[in-house]
Design a protein around this ligand. Structure first.
Ligand SMILES: [Zn+2]
Ligand SMILES: [Zn+2]
Length: 288
C-alpha cells in the first residue's frame, strides 16, 4: 500500500531519452574523428533526441525516433508503460520509430499519436504509416497550434508552431505544464530571428527549455550550412549574453554528430558551461 501511494503521488517529471540530431551519434557513413571513438565504444554513443513525460507509472514519448527500441526499453526498465506519443514534425529523426509499433514488431494496441494537421494527414494517407493505423496499432489524434492537450489530470502539453524546413509537415515545439513547473521541448527550428517569438520571451515563460543545438558554429559541415538553417550554439549564447537568469534554463539538445559539444571533455562543451548554459545528457530529469 505504501509503495502504491509513493508511485501514485510522486511528482510528474520529464526524462531525457536522447540528445542527438536525427541521424544519431555515431552517424551512418561517418568515419571522421567526430564518430570514430563512438563506433569503437558503445558507451560514447548518443540516441536521437526524445523526451519522456512521466506521471503515475505512465510515459508519453515526445517524438518516435529511430532509436525507439532502446528508448522504450529505458521506460520499461523504469517500470513505465507507454501511454502515447506526441510528434514535433515529419523529419526522419522524429517519427520513423513508429514503424516499431506495427505488425512486424510490437503489434501495439491503439497507441495514441498526437500530430499537427499535415503530419496527421501524412500518417493517415501515406504508406506504410497508414497501414499501421488501419491495423489499429496507432490512433492518430489531432493537435492544433496553441491548443493544450491534457495527458491526464496533472499534465497538459501545448504545441506551438515554429519555422523549420517544412517540406513535408509543419513543425512544432511543445510547452509541457505540470502542477508546479513548465518545460519546453524545441529540438528543431530555423534561425531564432526567423521566428516571431523572441527567444527571451520563450524562456521567460518556462522553468527549463531544451533548445535546438544542431550545430555549434558555422563551418561545421563541408556543404553550405544555409541549406540546413538552425540556431548555432554560439548564436544562442550571444542572444542570451546579458541574461544569466535565462541562460540557466537552457539545455542544448538535438546535437549533430559534428557538434563538438557532444563530447563533455571538449573546449566547446566547457565554453557552454562557463557561460551558464548546459548540454542535455541522456537520463537528465526535471520535475513538472
Ligand atoms: Zn531533427
Ligand atoms: Zn527537422
Amino acid at each position: 500500500m505504501i509503495a502504491w501511494l509513493a508511485v501514485a503521488y510522486a511528482a510528474p517529471e520529464v526524462i531525457v531519452l536522447g540528445v542527438a540530431q536525427d541521424g544519431g551519434h555515431p552517424q551512418a557513413g561517418c568515419t571522421k574523428a567526430c564518430c570514430r571513438a563512438a563506433w569503437d565504444d558503445p558507451a560514447l554513443r548518443h540516441h536521437v533526441a526524445s523526451l519522456a513525460i512521466v506521471d503515475d507509472g505512465k510515459a508519453w514519448l515526445v517524438d518516435a525516433t529511430p532509436d525507439l527500441p532502446a528508448q522504450l526499453h529505458e521506460l520499461q526498465r523504469r517500470g513505465l508503460t507507454l501511454a502515447g506519443i506526441l510528434l514535433t514534425h515529419g523529419h526522419m529523426g522524429h517519427y520513423t520509430g513508429l514503424l516499431h509499433l506495427g505488425r512486424e514488431v510490437m503489434g501495439a494496441d491503439a497507441v495514441p499519436v498526437w500530430a499537427m494537421p499535415r503530419m496527421a494527414t501524412l500518417l493517415k494517407e501515406e504508406e506504410p504509416w497508414a497501414l499501421i493505423g488501419r491495423l489499429g496499432h496507432v490512433q492518430v489524434r489531432s493537435l492544433a497550434d496553441g491548443a493544450p492537450v491534457a495527458l491526464d489530470e496533472r499534465i497538459t502539453v501545448t504545441p506551438f508552431l515554429v519555422p523549420h524546413r517544412d517540406e513535408l509537415t509543419e513543425t512544432v515545439g511543445f510547452r509541457i505544464r505540470g502542477p508546479q513547473r513548465t518545460v519546453v521541448w524545441l529540438p528543431d527550428i530555423d534561425k531564432w530571428e526567423r521566428w516571431d517569438t523572441p527567444l527571451t520571451t520563450l524562456l521567460e515563460g518556462a522553468d527549463v527549455a531544451w533548445l535546438d543545438a544542431t550545430f555549434y558554429a558555422d563551418g561545421e559541415l563541408s556543404r553550405p550550412m544555409s541549406e540546413v538553417p538552425h540556431p548555432f550554439v554560439v548564436e544562442t549564447m550571444a542572444t542570451l549574453a546579458d541574461r544569466p537568469d535565462l541562460k540557466a534554463k537552457v539545455r542544448l539538445v538535438h546535437l549533430n554528430h559534428t557538434n563538438p559539444a557532444l563530447d563533455p571533455s571538449s573546449a566547446a562543451a566547457r565554453a557552454v558551461t562557463e557561460v551558464g548554459l548546459r548540454v542535455a545528457r541522456e537520463g537528465d530529469r526535471e520535475p513538472l
